[in-house]
Design a protein around this ligand. Sequence first.
Ligand code: GTP
Ligand code: MG
Length: 287
Amino acid sequence: MPAWLSIFARFCSCGRRGPAVYPAVQDSAPVTLLLLGLDNSGKSTVVERLRKEKPKESIAPTWGFVAVTLKPPSAKLPPVRVFDVGGHDRIRGIWANYYAETHGIVFVVDGTDVARFAEARKVLHAAFDDERVKGKPLLLLINKRDKQGYQGLAATLAALGVRDIAGTSPTAKPTSSTDLAAHVFEISATHAAQNGQAIDAGLQIGFHHFLQQIGYDRAALDPRIAADTAAQRKAYEVELEQRRSRISVMREEKEKAAAAAAQDSGTAKTGKSGEGAQAGEAPHAGS
Ligand SMILES: Nc1nc2c(ncn2[C@@H]2O[C@H](COP(=O)(O)OP(=O)(O)OP(=O)(O)O)[C@@H](O)[C@H]2O)c(=O)[nH]1
Ligand SMILES: [Mg+2]
């Protein structure tokens, strides 16, 4: 192949992977995203930026979850529903409640918090080990790049073992910069706001590309989400029914016990008066 053709071929191949050639999203039904990451990684700050809200003086840790609907970044994209869940280990148990209905995972990691990289890796892998998440698109946001101690792309990716969960989307191809089938962006959720910009460029581009990727994957994702949410609903109904029947058995037992106790006390009273009658009868019998 002549050199110019090989360059052209390479260019075309890049183009096929690039977001510019993703087909326009026809589906206007909202896309659901789940924002995961350790506490203090910056998830709620990311949501604040995506909503183009003015930064607050301080941001409180999320206890439970917050559901937010975002305007699509382009007219060709559907609206986005984001579940921002608390990252503290005591509330991570609720994450799984949102796995079934999510089209993709946005994982935020504090790129300066080396001491917690292993913990971040554990929770990221645990999420992608779940059958309801496995194979879904991943947007990894390495946050706080403005802060001293920021570890950079390569070190953070290696620490998180992102390569081991590559192939996170039915159609995503490894990008030339990361060699991963995941969208990875280095961002600062606060820095842009401090500079008077509404949103960090990495976050804006990353989010846009991610939604285009999901649009591309939607034909595969939607039936899977429908099946998983139906199964989850069924499991919930079965559990609810079991709980109802457990409560009704307990109530019956309680009522039986109460009736038996009432009968015992009645018998005891009758027994006492019986004794009294016998005692009273004896003299009569004897007379
Ligand atoms: N320097 C710097 N600080 C940031 C950045 N993003 C977030 N923070 C700060 O990190 C702290 C935690 O941010 P949150 O957005 O509340 O973190 P979270 O992941 O939602 O935490 P939980 O709700 O507890 O799970 C806050 O003090 C933010 O101001 C950033 O890009 N750079
Ligand atoms: Mg939060």
